[in-house]
Design a protein around this ligand. Structure first.
Ligand code: NAI
Length: 330
């Protein structure tokens, strides 16, 4: 079985080759994302493997089907970038890696909270320059703060556990409440109540038509002044233009983003010598109370090796005509 591996960085190549040591699968690595422009690279392969910003739309899927490719192994948990209806119609099996390391993303959300609050990134620079003044570094105690978790799946659960350790009061919203949290006495509340009560809101739900731009003018207006918003899920959950307006008004006091709606044009590449053609993104970076990281929530040693191992297992399942519970259906 020959696999075209798209969006492949050196670290992906290392971990996939390691995971593939004892398998008969042949991997060929491409740095390019899979899109309408690059899909021809997949000709002659039996399957493709893709990542978060590959654009697997109807046209790409139809072209893959015309090459007799009937398997796509995503190397990520989220699958908002693939048209699952069309994949099913074309009989293309799609796999993802649902639980490679929920704690890696949860811990990154907490890193954003701690950095925005205690301003360790600024303190680090100051001390390097011999500036030991504390003015401008004032933080707040997390203990006693109300933290809302929107989406209590695998990552949300890991996030809640950490925030409970800090002594926070955790509240949640999810259309499918998790019984273990209810047993602990954690409340599931309607979104409007969440917005009214939360000091910190962390997003851990998938991007769907229902959650797109969940954070917008109308939801922001219902939140506490100075609220902290953390998004490590998918960029499309936040209307960034509306968030910028709320930053100007002081409605948002802190904004931590690991994902960005237009990240496909920026993230995972070194753009340091380039003029970034995204004025909203550039504006975002000018706020002292905004921290953006480039979709690195998942990026830990354990997560990378689990992603690689599960991707190889998914490809082997497809090769052997087996189904597994990581196969996605619309
Ligand atoms: P999961 O599937 O275990 O949990 C998602 C939860 O969101 C479920 O409990 C579901 O019921 C809930 N949900 C669905 N619609 C909702 C809505 N309208 N409002 C509130 N909750 C809703 O997924 P997991 O593994 O926890 O991942 C969550 C998201 O994190 C993924 O969809 C992905 O977008 C993102 N992610 C980000 C990474 C990063 O590197 N920054 C890495 C991995 C995942």
């Amino acid at each position: 079985m020959k696999i075209a591996v798209f969006s492949c960085k050196p670290y992906d190549k290392r971990t996939l080759n390691e995971a593939n040591k004892n398998s008969h699968i042949q991997l060929q690595f491409f740095e390019s994302r899979l899109s309408e422009e690059t899909v021809s690279l997949a000709k002659g392969f039996d399957a493709v493997s893709c990542f978060v910003n590959d654009q697997i739309n109807e046209n790409v899927l139809s072209t893959l089907a015309s090459y007799h490719i009937n398997c796509i192994a995503l190397r990520c948990a989220g699958y908002n970038n693939i048209d699952l209806d069309t994949a099913q119609k074309l009989d293309i099996k799609v796999y993802h890696v649902p639980d490679y390391s929920p704690t890696s993303v949860a811990e990154h959300a907490v890193a954003l909270i701690l950095s925005l609050n205690r301003k360790t990134h600024k303190a680090y620079q100051r001390v390097k320059e011999g500036n030991f003044a504390l003015e401008g570094l004032l933080g707040f105690n997390l203990a006693g703060k109300t933290v809302a978790c929107i989406g209590t799946g695998r990552i949300g659960l890991a996030f809640i556990k950490i925030m409970q350790g800090f002594g926070c009061h955790v509240i949640c919203h999810d259309p499918h409440p998790e019984q273990s949290l209810i047993k602990q006495g954690i409340q599931y509340l309607p979104l409007d109540t969440i917005y009214q009560e939360a000091d910190i809101i962390s997003l851990h739900c998938p991007l769907t038509s229902e959650t797109q731009h969940l954070i917008n003018h109308s939801s922001l207006a219902k939140m506490k002044d100075g609220v902290m918003i953390i998004n490590t899920s998918r960029g499309g959950l936040v209307n960034v233009q509306n968030a910028v307006d709320a930053l100007y008004q002081g409605k948002i006091g802190y904004l931590g983003l690991d994902v960005y709606e237009q990240e496909g044009a920026l993230f995972f590449e070194d753009m340091s010598e380039t003029i970034i053609q995204d004025s909203v993104f550039q504006l975002l970076l000018t706020f002292p109370n905004v921290m953006v990281t480039g979709h690195q929530g998942y990026f830990t040693d354990i997560a990378l090796s689990h992603i690689a191992q599960t991707t190889i297992e998914n490809l082997e399942s497809a090769l052997n005509g087996e189904t597994n519970n990581r196969q996605l259906r619309p």
